[in-house]
Design a protein around this ligand. Structure first.
Ligand code: A2H
Length: 257
């Protein structure tokens, strides 16, 4: 990290009706834009994460301003210099929505590109950093130990769900989806590593670091796709084409920071 620019794919998760109260008056398509390094894992999305205490900006995106994005204001500023807003370097916020706490959007129903689940939900993750990506993280618990740990916390702890106003149907039905086979780790690699290391919560930083190293390295290069158009091919070989497919279909965009 910190060495040179990092290219992310921004995955566009569309906010479905009924929209959360803060977004209810907006009459354009609204997207939570999640920064990922793993576009080929989008088949395994089960939810999206926001930090409840981070402030997000709601702003007009694309050169026609015909869409609305939700992301940190820091990332909005960067997007404005990458041609993702109408005027280079300028952001037009939706009136009154320059700063909205994540907690006000948590619970929103979303449509996630390539996901098996037709509808997923915005859920809280307390380890999201506000100075990386967009502050929006899409969740792939099959292949990301962080995502699996945060989803497991919510499943195990009813008081945690209640604290954020989540109903059981937003959390409990969503199981990790097998999408990538990794030699020695099976087809739910993150679940397997979390179990081997006995990871109990999203706060176990060191163990999660170890799990991530293992899953990420192997999955990134030698994983074999089990689903979708490129089933049977290696993750390293399909990452780029899947990113391009998503962009062509208007479901993603590139972002560099
Ligand atoms: B990845 P790097 Cl399946 N705070 O996407 C915390 N985590 C963030 C973040 C933020 N502000 N912004 C992005 N991320 C996550 C998929 C994925 C990711 C899989 C496996 C590993 C993995 C699904 N979540 O990342 O520090 C996003 O999660 C492992 C590192 O810039 C993004 O890619 O390298 C990744 O971290 C970017 O982290």
């Amino acid at each position: 990290e910190g060495v040179g620019p990092q290219e992310y794919t921004l995955i566009k998760l569309r906010v479905l009706d009924p929209k959360p109260a803060v977004l209810a008056k907006i009459n354009l398509p609204i997207f939570l834009v999640a920064a990922t390094l793993r576009p080929e894992t989008m088949y395994g999305q089960t939810n999206c994460y926001l930090h409840p205490d981070i402030e997000y900006s709601v702003f007009y995106a694309t050169e026609n301003e015909d869409q609305v994005f939700v992301a940190t204001s820091r990332s909005a500023r960067i997007m404005a210099y990458q041609g993702l807003t109408k005027e280079n370097g300028k952001i037009r916020f939706i009136e009154g929505l320059e700063k909205v706490l994540g907690s006000k959007i948590i619970g929103a129903a979303l449509s996630a590109p390539l996901a098996k689940y037709e509808k997923v939900y915005a859920l809280p993750m307390l380890t999201i950093k506000d100075d990386k990506g967009t502050g929006v993280v899409t969740s792939v618990p099959s292949d990301s130990p962080d995502d699996f740990a945060a989803l497991s916390d919510l499943k195990k702890k009813k008081p945690l769900r209640e604290k954020y106003g989540l109903t059981d149907d937003m959390v409990l039905p969503f199981e990790p989806v097998p999408i990538i086979e990794i030699e020695g780790l099976g087809n739910l690699a993150a679940v397997e590593m979390c179990s081997r290391l006995k990871i109990e919560s999203q706060n176990e930083k060191d163990k999660l670091e170890e799990a991530k190293k293992e899953v990420y390295l192997k999955g990134f290069y030698d994983g074999v796709m089990q689903v979708g158009k490129y089933s049977g091919q290696k993750t390293a070989d399909v990452k780029k084409v899947i990113q391009e497919d998503l962009i062509k279909d208007g479901l993603a965009t590139k972002y560099v920071e």
